[in-house]
Design a protein around this ligand. Structure first.
Ligand SMILES: *[C@@H]1O[C@H](CO)[C@@H](O)[C@H](O)[C@H]1NC(C)=O
Ligand SMILES: *[C@@H]1O[C@H](CO)[C@@H](O)[C@H](O)[C@H]1NC(C)=O
Ligand SMILES: *[C@@H]1O[C@H](CO)[C@@H](O)[C@H](O)[C@H]1NC(C)=O
Ligand SMILES: *[C@@H]1O[C@H](CO)[C@@H](O)[C@H](O)[C@H]1NC(C)=O
Ligand SMILES: *[C@@H]1O[C@H](CO)[C@@H](O)[C@H](O)[C@H]1NC(C)=O
Length: 347
C-alpha cells in the first residue's frame, strides 16, 4: 500500500513538472533586441543580391537554415549550418539547385520533420506550392525533386490574385495537429488562404483553399507563420507593410493573432504597427540599426516535428532586413539576415 502511495505521489510530481516545463500563456506585448547583420550573400560566382526568408531548426547541436537566394534574374534556395551564431556569417552555402530541388523558381522555404514518415520536408513556392523530402537534414544533396500540392492554381486564389489589383501567390506554410495538416499561403493582395488534408494522407489530398483571413493588402501581406503553443493554442504571424513611405518595398513588421484551432477564427494579439509582434517599434538594436524592416523569417524551433511547437518566451526570430536607403528593383534588394531575441518574456 505504502509503495502504491509512493508511486501515485511520484506520478503527481512527474505530471506537475511536465506541466511546469513551459509557460503556455502568450503575453500581449513583445520586446526584442536585435543583432547587426549576421548573414550576407557570398562573394562568389552566383552573384546573389539578397539572402531571404530563412527557416531554421536547432537539431543535434547545430542550427540548420534554409533560405531564398534572390537577384534580379530570380530566386532559388540555399542551405547552411553552424553551431554558434558567432559563426553564422562564415558558414559555407550549399545552393540547393545542386540537389533534386533543381534550378528555376523556388523560394520561401519552411523545414520541419514529419514524424509519421520519419522524413524531413521542405515546403516552398515554385509558382505552385511545392515540397521536397530528405531522410537526413545534414545531407543537402539528398532533397527530392519538387512535387506540387495543388493541380494548377486553385480558382479562388486565381480570382484573389486579380482582386483588387495584381498580387503574387507566395509563402506556403504547413502545420499539423494530431489529425490534420494545413497549408497556408498568401496572395500579396490581402488574403491568407488555408487548405487541409488528413495527417495520414499528407502530403496528398490538400483540399481547395478557403480564405482564413482577409484585410487590406498592406495589413495582411505575406510570410505567414503558424505555431502551436499548446495543443489548443495556436499563434499566427503575418508580415505587413507599415505606413511610412519607403523605396524598398515598404517598412515590414509582423502582426499576430491566436486561436484554439489551426482553422481559426483568429483573435488579434499584438496586431498593430505600434504594438507589433515584431517590428521597428519593439526592437532595440544592440549595435547599429541597420534596417527598418523586420521581415520574412522564422522563430527558431528546437522541437522539430510537424506540430511546430514553440515555447512563447525567450523566443529568437531569424529575420531578413534591408538597408533603408537601398533603391533598386525589389528582387535585387540587398536583404541580409539578423537575429532578434525576445526580452521580458516570462518562462
Ligand atoms: C507566463 O507568461 C505570462 C505572459 O507573459 C505572464 O503573465 C505570466 O506571469 C507567466 N507565468 C509564469 C509562471 O511565469
Ligand atoms: C563582399 O565584397 C564586398 C566588397 O566588394 C564587401 O564589402 C563584403 O563584405 C564582402 N562580403 C563577404 C560576405 O565577404
Ligand atoms: C558562441 O560564441 C560566442 C562568441 O565567440 C561565445 O562567447 C559563446 O560562449 C559561444 N556559445 C556557445 C554556446 O558556445
Ligand atoms: C552542414 O552543411 C554541409 C554542407 O554545406 C553538410 O555537408 C554537413 O553535413 C552539414 N553538417 C551538419 C552537422 O548537418
Ligand atoms: C530611386 O531611384 C530612382 C532612379 O533610379 C529615382 O528616380 C528615385 O527618386 C529614387 N527614389 C528614392 C526614394 O531615392
Amino acid at each position: 500500500m505504502r509503495f502504491f502511495l509512493f508511486l501515485a505521489f511520484a506520478a503527481v510530481i512527474a505530471a506537475h513538472s511536465i506541466f511546469l516545463r513551459q509557460n503556455t500563456t502568450l503575453p500581449s506585448t513583445f520586446k526584442w533586441t536585435s543583432t547587426d547583420i549576421l548573414v550576407s550573400p557570398k562573394n562568389d560566382s552566383r552573384g546573389i543580391a539578397g539572402i531571404k526568408d530563412p527557416s531554421i531548426v536547432y537539431y543535434r547541436n547545430t542550427y540548420h537554415v534554409f533560405a531564398s537566394t534572390a537577384k534580379a534574374e530570380g530566386y532559388n534556395l540555399v542551405y547552411f549550418n553552424f553551431t554558434n551564431f558567432s559563426e553564422a556569417g562564415a558558414a559555407p552555402f550549399y545552393y540547393l539547385d545542386q540537389s533534386g530541388i533543381g534550378t528555376g523558381y523556388r523560394a520561401a522555404p519552411e523545414v520541419f520533420y514529419f514524424e509519421p514518415q520519419k522524413l524531413w520536408y521542405l515546403i516552398y513556392q515554385n509558382g505552385n506550392a511545392a515540397y521536397s523530402t530528405n531522410k537526413d537534414i545534414s545531407d543537402p544533396a539528398g532533397w527530392t525533386a519538387p512535387k506540387n500540392f495543388y493541380r494548377g492554381t486553385p480558382a479562388l486564389i486565381e480570382e484573389g490574385l486579380k482582386t483588387p489589383q495584381q498580387g503574387y501567390w507566395v509563402d506556403m506554410w504547413v502545420i499539423c495537429d494530431d489529425a490534420e495538416c494545413h497549408l497556408f499561403s498568401s496572395d500579396d493582395n490581402g488574403r491568407l488562404y488555408r487548405s487541409q488534408t488528413t495527417l495520414s494522407s499528407f502530403p496528398e489530398g490538400m483540399s481547395d483553399p478557403v480564405i482564413a483571413m482577409q484585410a487590406n493588402k498592406n495589413d495582411l501581406f505575406e510570410a505567414s507563420l503558424v505555431y502551436s503553443i499548446s495543443p489548443n493554442l495556436y499563434l499566427l504571424l503575418v508580415e505587413c507593410i507599415g505606413a511610412a513611405p519607403s523605396s524598398a518595398g515598404g517598412v515590414r513588421y509582423f502582426r499576430s493573432w491566436t486561436s484554439s484551432s489551426i482553422s481559426g477564427p483568429w483573435a488579434a494579439l499584438a496586431a498593430t504597427e505600434t504594438n507589433p509582434f515584431l517590428g521597428e517599434n519593439n526592437v532595440l538594436f544592440t549595435g547599429t540599426q541597420w534596417t527598418n524592416s523586420l521581415s520574412h523569417g522564422e522563430i527558431i524551433r528546437t522541437q522539430l516535428d510537424q506540430t511546430l511547437r514553440i515555447t512563447p518566451c525567450n523566443m529568437r526570430f531569424l529575420y531578413q532586413g534591408v538597408e533603408p536607403t537601398a533603391n533598386v528593383t525589389y528582387n535585387a534588394l540587398p536583404w541580409r539576415l539578423g537575429l532578434a531575441s525576445q526580452i521580458d518574456g516570462k518562462c
